[in-house]
Design a protein around this ligand. Structure first.
Ligand code: MIG
Length: 630
C-alpha cells in the first residue's frame, strides 16, 4: 500500500507520473513523526533494523550508522568521509522487527538522511525546504515494497542486448588510430569486445557535438569500419556548452535564450572542460528537444551509444566565484613575510573551494514553464533531464538503431530514460566491495542498467586487482573497463596473463543470455536483478547482515572475492546450493554445499557461482561480440 503526503508546494520532479491521492497529514503513522516545521520526518530504530536504499551512495549495503546528503556531486573521492555522489536516490527500505517500511522523499534539492548517526536509535530525513512529497509504502515483505515502489516510479530504461558486451574505455584515447589499436589488440588476442568509448579528447576543444577534425578526418567511414568489426563507439557528451563566437550550438542557445540565468537575467557563466561555458536549461522541454536533436550529429553517422558526463552539473568555477577568489588570494602577496599558518590554510582552502561551491548553485536559475526557480532547489534534476533530452528523441532521430545511453548524474525518474555508471571510483579493493553494496540499492531505486569503472578509474590498477574487479563486473549489465588520464594503462592486453582474462570474458559472454533475461525480467516485473540474501530470505537471521553476497536473477548467487591476496572467503548459504568454481565457461569444478557457513578456496582465476536449489546454470556459447552470439 502506498500513502502519499504533500508538504508545502513541491516542485513536480516527474519521479512519479501517476500519483495516488494525497493523505491528510494527520494520517501519518507507522511510527513516523513529523517536525513542527515539517522539514523533518523521524523514526525510532530497533536494534536489528536494517536500512537499504539510497542507490549509489557510499558505505555498506545496510546504510545504517552514517549520514547521507542527496545533492548530486562530482565527487572524485569515493571515500568514507563523503556524503554525496553523482546521483540522488531518495528511497529507503527499513527492514526490522516492526515489519518492512518503504519511504520515498520526493524533493529535488538537498535531503539529509541521518540513519542512526547522531543518535544510533533514530532515523531522520530532513529536506532543506518544507516543500516535498513523502511516499510511505507498506507491504508483507521488503521485496513486495520494492516492487510497489518500482511500479509507482514507472518502468526502468531497457538497454539493448549489445550493451551487455564488454567495453574498453580510457580517458586519453584521442584519435581514430588509438581506437583502432584497442580493437586490433583485442582481436589479435581473441578477446571479445563490443564497444570502445570516446572520452572528451575526441571533441574539437571540448565542444559538444563536434569532432577534432584532425583526429577523426572521416568519421562516418570510421564508424562503418568499426561496425564491420562489430564495435560500437560511444562518445561522451558533457553538460556545459563552450562560449565561443561562431560555435553554432552556443549561438543558437543564446538566441533562443536556452541557458540558465544568473540573478540579473544574464546567461550564467561557469567553467567546465571547455573553459568558460553556459548550462542548457534542461528543465525546459523545448531546451531538451533542441539538445536532443543535436545527437543527430552522431546518430546520422551510425553512432548508437552515449554517456552523459559532468551533468550534476559539475562547476570547475563560476565566473563570479573566480573573480572573488582571485581578489581574496591577491592579498597573499602582501603577507609573504608575515604569513602565519592559519592564513596559509585560508588561502589554500579558498582555492580548493572554487569548484562546486554551494553559493554558486544558489546563484543561477531555471525557467520551467516560464517560472523562475533557483537552481539549488531543483539541483538533482539536472542530469536526469539531460539524459532525458537524448532518450526522448532517439526513436525519432534513429528509429532503426538500438541506442544505449547512460548518465553520471541522476535522480529517481531518470531511471525511465537512461542507465547510470557509478563515476570515478579508484583502483582499490574496497571499491570492488562497494559495487556489491551499490547494486541492490540502485536496483530498488529503478536503476537496472548499471555498472562501475572496472579496474578502477583513479589510481593504478594491478593485474590481480583487475581480475577481481572483472569477476564482479562480469555479472553487471554495464561491463566497462575505464581508467583516468595518467593512470597505469589497464587494457587487458597490457598484462601477462591474457589467457586468464580471455576466460573471464568468455564466461561473461556465455552468461549474457541468462543475464539479459534476468535484466529484462527485472524491468518487466519491477524486481531486483541483484537481491541481498537478507531480503530474499527474510526469516533467516543469519542472512540479514550479509552484504557481500547477492542473488543474480532467480537462479544464481554470487560471493566474489574482493580482498587483496585472498585465497578464498567465507560464504553463508541460506539454502543448499551447488558451487561452480569457474575458470572459464568450459573449465569448472562442481561441489554440492549444504545450507550454512563455509569457507571456500577461490584461486585468483576462479569465479565462484552458486546455483540455487532446484535451479541450473544456463550458459550460452561465448563469442567475440554480442552480434556473434548464437
Ligand atoms: O572531470 O571526461 O567521470 O569517466 O573519463 C573529469 C573525462 C571528466 C569524469 C568522468 C570520467 C571521464 C572524465 N570525466
Amino acid at each position: 500500500m502506498t500513502e502519499r503526503y504533500v508538504f508545502g508546494t513541491p516542485f513536480d520532479t516527474e519521479a512519479v507520473l501517476d500519483k495516488p491521492a494525497a493523505s491528510p497529514e494527520s494520517a501519518l503513522g507507522h511510527g513516523l513523526k513529523l517536525s513542527a516545521d515539517k522539514k523533518k520526518v523521524s523514526y525510532d530504530l530497533d536494534k536489528d533494523d536494517v536500512i537499504y536504499g539510497l542507490g549509489e551512495s557510499l558505505h555498506g549495503m545496510n546504510k545504517r550508522g552514517f549520514v547521507y546528503k542527496t545533492f548530486n556531486t562530482d565527487q572524485t573521492k569515493h571515500n568514507e568521509d563523503q556524503y554525496s555522489l553523482y546521483g540522488s536516490h531518495t528511497f529507503i527500505l527499513i527492514e526490522g522487527a516492526k515489519g518492512s517500511l518503504g519511504l520515498f522523499t520526493d524533493y529535488p534539492g538537498l535531503v539529509t538522511y541521518d540513519l542512526g548517526f547522531t543518535d544510533k536509535d533514530v532515523l531522520t530525513i530532513t529536506a532543506e525546504e518544507a516543500d516535498y512529497e513523502m511516499y510511505v509504502i507498506t507491504g508483507k515483505s521488503g521485496l513486495e515494497i520494492i516492487t510497489e515502489f518500482r511500479k509507482l516510479i514507472g518502468k526502468s530504461y531497457k538497454a539493448p542486448l549489445w550493451a551487455f558486451g564488454y567495453g574498453q574505455s580510457r580517458w586519453g584515447y584521442k584519435c581514430e588510430d588509438d581506437i583502432r589499436e584497442v580493437v586490433r589488440r583485442h582481436k589479435e588476442n581473441n578477446l571479445p569486445l563490443d564497444a570502445v568509448y570516446m572520452d572528451i579528447d575526441y571533441m574539437d576543444n571540448y565542444k559538444d557535438f563536434t569532432l577534432n577534425p584532425e583526429a577523426f578526418p572521416k568519421f562516418k567511414e570510421f564508424v562503418d569500419e568499426m561496425k564491420a568489426q562489430h564495435i560500437h563507439l560511444l562518445p561522451n557528451v558533457d553538460a556545459a556548452i563552450k562560449i565561443e563566437d561562431g560555435y553554432d550550438m552556443y549561438e543558437e542557445g543564446v538566441k533562443e535564450n536556452y541557458y540558465c540565468k544568473d540573478e540579473n537575467g544574464e546567461d550564467f557563466i561557469m567553467a567546465a572542460w571547455p573553459g568558460k561555458s553556459v548550462l542548457p536549461d534542461f528543465l525546459r522541454p523545448e531546451v531538451r528537444r533542441w539538445f536532443g536533436l543535436k545527437y543527430r550529429f552522431f546518430t546520422d553517422a551510425g553512432v548508437d551509444g552515449f554517456w552523459n558526463d559532468m551533468n550534476e552539473p559539475a562547476l570547475f568555477y563560476s565566473l563570479k566565484g573566480l573573480k572573488e577568489t582571485a581578489e581574496e588570494i591577491s592579498h597573499l602577496k602582501d603577507e609573504t613575510d608575515t604569513l602565519d599558518l592559519y592564513s596559509l590554510w585560508h588561502y589554500l582552502d579558498t582555492m580548493n573551494a572554487l569548484a562546486n561551491k554551494p553559493e554558486d548553485y544558489r546563484s543561477f536559475y531555471h525557467e520551467p514553464e516560464g517560472k523562475r526557480i533557483r537552481h539549488d532547489r531543483v539541483h538533482n534534476l539536472y542530469g536526469y533531464n539531460m539524459a532525458r533530452a537524448a532518450s526522448e528523441v532517439f526513436n525519432e532521430i534513429a528509429p532503426k538503431m538500438e541506442t544505449l545511453i547512460f548518465s553520471r548524474a541522476s535522480y529517481i525518474g531518470s531511471h525511465r530514460y537512461a542507465g547510470i555508471w557509478t563515476g570515478d571510483n579508484s583502483s582499490f579493493y574496497s571499491h570492488i566491495e562497494l559495487i556489491l553494496h551499490q547494486l541492490p540499492n540502485l536496483n530498488m531505486c529503478g536503476y537496472l542498467y548499471v555498472g562501475a569503472d572496472t579496474g578502477g578509474f583513479a589510481f593504478h590498477t594491478s593485474e590481480n586487482l583487475l581480475k577481481r574487479f572483472m569477476q564482479v563486473s562480469l555479472f553487471t549489465p554495464l561491463f566497462r573497463n575505464h581508467c583516468a588520464l595518467g593512470c597505469r594503462e589497464q587494457e587487458i592486453y597490457r598484462f601477462k596473463d591474457i589467457d586468464a582474462f580471455r576466460n573471464l570474458l568468455n564466461l561473461r559472454y556465455a552468461l549474457i543470455p541468462y543475464l539479459y533475461k534476468s535484466y529484462v525480467d527485472s524491468i518487466e516485473n519491477n524486481k531486483l536483478m541483484f537481491t541481498p540474501i537478507g531480503l530474499a530470505f527474510p526469516e533467516d537471521k543469519e542472512a540479514r547482515h550479509i552484504e557481500d553476497q547477492l542473488l543474480v536473477g532467480d537462479d544464481l548467487m554470487i560471493a566474489p572475492v574482493y580482498k587483496a591476496n585472498a585465497a578464498g572467503r567465507d560464504v553463508y548459504l541460506p539454502e543448499d546450493m551447488t558451487l561452480y568454481l569457474m575458470k572459464s565457461d568450459k573449465d569448472f569444478t562442481k561441489t554440492e554445499l549444504s545450507k550454512g557457513h563455509h569457507f571456500i578456496n577461490v584461486d585468483i582465476d576462479e569465479v565462484p557461482i552458486f546455483v540455487r536449489k532446484g535451479k541450473s546454470l544456463t550458459l550460452g556459447k561465448p563469442a567475440m561480440s554480442t552480434a556473434e552470439l548464437e
